[in-house]
Design a protein around this ligand. Structure first.
Ligand code: HEM
Length: 160
């Protein structure tokens, strides 16, 4: 830290950090943290439900625990901060890549709820088979890869 006249210059590193840590970068950072836990956990829920370890009720109970303790909080954090980021900068709606990203993200949200409902039913002993959970989990994983592609590579861009 250097005194410049009567002002205190915090130095280039501190200045950079001050500019980089704005509201939008913090929202995006924590949105992505939420995604890491959410998508990882919901895929884990699917893997547990479709495994052959133990009996169906035990698998359901383990899957429901992972769903409620990690997948749901991760989803809530991702969703609220992602929406905050989106609504804080309406220019995102101009970009076709954002429309593609949001479409796929909303399909993931719907599938997340279907997989979670199956975990609840298996945990209660109401069903013993995972049904389509295997294919739905694979779809979640593929859609998540596509979502990250759109938001990082940012194609398609608007045609002038
Ligand atoms: C729940 C609905 C979602 C909304 C409303 C949302 C919204 C947003 C917005 C507005 C940004 C900022 C984009 C930018 O700065 O260029 C963002 C960034 C990002 N989102 Fe989402 N998102 C959602 C779901 C997801 C999902 C499901 C994933 C991946 C599994 C994801 C992955 C990312 C990544 C990796 C970034 C960082 C991109 C960057 O800054 O370069 N999002 N999201």
């Amino acid at each position: 830290m250097r005194a410049v006249g009567r002002e205190v210059d915090a130095g280039p590193r501190a200045r950079y950090l001050g500019e980089a840590m704005n509201l939008y970068s913090v929202l995006t950072w924590l949105h992505v943290v939420g995604n890491v836990f959410w998508i990882g956990a919901i895929c884990g829920v699917g893997l547990l439900l479709t495994s052959s370890i133990g009996d169906a009720k035990t698998r359901g109970e383990l899957a429901q625990r992972l769903y409620l303790r990690v997948a749901v909080p991760g989803f809530v954090i991702s969703f609220l901060l992602g929406m905050g980021r989106l609504l804080g900068d309406m220019t995102f709606f101009k970009f076709p890549w954002m429309h593609a990203k949001l479409l796929f993200a909303f399909i993931i949200i719907a599938l997340h709820h279907v997989v979670g409902a199956k975990a609840k039913k298996m945990a209660k002993g109401e069903v013993t088979e995972p049904g389509k959970v295997g294919v739905l989990t694979a779809a979640i994983a593929v859609l998540a890869v596509a979502v990250v592609f759109f938001v990082i590579v940012k194609v398609p861009m608007p045609s002038k």
